[in-house]
Design a protein around this ligand. Structure first.
Ligand SMILES: [Zn+2]
Length: 310
């Protein structure tokens, strides 16, 4: 049987434990299986248990395909993990933890943790900067902050936007990729730092009129559209970035009923992943998620902020 091209095929294909293991192992270790503890190559495969044993005399550790990935220590089988990864990689408006919980028969809390681990694998870690024509725009994104612990709330919610909103800054290369970040403030140093870190000097930069963008002109060809006056002047507009924000808001309001600002960047990562892979097939987007599971971890404590000092 060939590798799946649709969700229905994926469910059938990955129900076979060998298919699931072989697929994920090939994406995770494109150059052959390596010990995640010591990097030794060609470990021994213990077929009956579907795990490997390192041959290095000083190591000899056993490991599954999940060790050292976002699936680390998860008791959920690959026959559930992989179809869920398929869904998140490809559903335009995302999938909620309630839907996942019902679909695969786990608790909502387990599904929520699974989804966040998958978002961790969707995070774009490429160092290539955006270039050409780049639009920059910030957006206030509503979070339901009322139930958060007060100290945490003060940490994640900011200044001039009212207490229920988080601020995100987005940069998009026209015809190319988008990058986003949740920022504590719209002040100049914060926004300009993100621009400089993500956009190649010399690029054409399109923003709305906000004093925080003033001063980028020496490094960029900076063009401003004043939204108090007009939305488009020739090619001077931020429509691409604004369209992305409406996708985000549709997902947050429709699928994910309440998102704490503390977790907002993960939802932005998810939406950015699908946007950046918009020219790919479902199978290709899914393959990218699988190839990015390794070398990343998301523990419950980090996800819930328990590992941070109060
Ligand atoms: Zn080893």
């Amino acid at each position: 049987m060939e590798a799946p091209k649709t969700l229905a095929e994926a469910v059938v294909y990955f129900a076979d434990a060998d298919n699931a293991l072989n697929y994920l192992a090939a994406k995770r270790w494109p150059n052959g299986v390596e010990c995640p503890y010591c990097d030794a190559k060609e470990p021994m495969f213990l077929k009956s248990r579907r795990i490997w044993k390192c041959r290095a005399t000083k190591c000899r550790k056993q490991f599954s395909v999940k060790v050292g990935t976002v699936l680390n220590e998860s008791p959920i089988g690959l026959e559930k993990w992989l179809p869920v990864m398929w869904l998140v990689a490809n559903c335009r408006n995302g999938v909620s933890s309630c839907e996942i919980a019902r679909a695969i028969g786990v608790t909502q809390k387990t599904a929520w943790f699974m989804l966040h681990r998958i978002r961790e694998a969707m995070q774009d870690k490429s160092a290539t900067k955006l270039s050409g024509e780049v639009e920059v725009d910030e957006s206030f994104i509503g979070g339901k902050a009322r139930n958060m612990h007060r100290s945490k709330r003060e940490r994640v919610i900011t200044g001039n936007s009212g207490r229920d909103k988080a601020i995100a800054v987005g940069m998009v290369e026209r015809g190319g990729n988008v990058r986003t970040a949740v920022v504590p403030t719209r002040r100049k140093h914060e926004l300009q730092r993100h621009v400089r870190e993500n956009v190649q000097a010399g690029s054409a930069l399109f923003t709305d009129f906000l004093l925080s963008y003033e001063g980028l002109a020496p490094e960029y060809r900076h063009k401003v559209v004043d939204h108090a006056v007009e939305y488009v002047r020739g090619n001077v507009h931020t429509n691409t970035m604004e369209n992305f924000w409406s996708l985000v808001k549709r997902q947050l309001h429709g699928t994910y009923i309440s998102v704490e600002p503390f977790h907002l960047f993960r939802y932005l990562d998810e939406q950015s992943f699908r946007y950046n892979g918009r020219k790919l097939t479902d199978a290709e987007r899914f393959a990218i998620v699988c190839s990015q599971v390794a070398g990343r971890r998301l523990t419950w404590d980090r996800l819930t902020g328990k590992d941070q000092p109060r």
